[in-house]
Design a protein around this ligand. Sequence first.
Ligand SMILES: [Zn+2]
Length: 222
Amino acid sequence: MEKERHVLVVFPHPDDEAFGVSGTIATHVQNGTPVTYACLTLGEMGRNMGNPPFTNRENLPKIRKAELQEAARALGIQDLRMLGFRDKTIEFEDEEKLTNTITAIIEEVNPSLIITFYPGYSVHPDHDATGAAVVRAVEKMPVTARPTLHCVAFSNNCVDELGEADIVHNITPVAKIKLAAIQAHRSQTEQMFVDMEEKLKNQDPQMMVWVNNERFWTYKFA
Ligand SMILES: [Zn+2]
């Protein structure tokens, strides 16, 4: 993994960082690179309350905030920003307001790399709208000043339309940290984690590939 000046991660929901990119984040942290994680919402509209439920609708934002902070601690992220947008509404937010929010963070932390969702290939409207806002913010910058943009995509058509990911990080050395980050989002992942652990214990080939490799598409600006 290339050494970066500063990595900015932008996602809409607590736990978006855990599945696809936490090994990459942990590696940058271990390389001594500052990482800023801007999380737009607290995922307060999520349907999972734990299984069996250990929270309720009123307390969910508080729980998910604590889980997000715990995941950030596990990954060694020192700069966690919770931007206070509302879950499931990012696609309806004023585009300029969203773009300006991202621009302000870019101007402040001056990242050499930004990690976000690939607009149009990330399944959830909040994901696509977040990626689109990051693309708009970077597009406004002079070409030579733009940070590299690595996008996460996982829609069914992403490989057909975008081709194979051009960046694949093998994160095996920090897989334990990744699992800790996934586990930190207990309200969302507790059940799933039982199944994951079993498969990992048995070295299930598909699960090993999924955990140990993180794929990104470098965004190509028109
Ligand atoms: Zn999400």
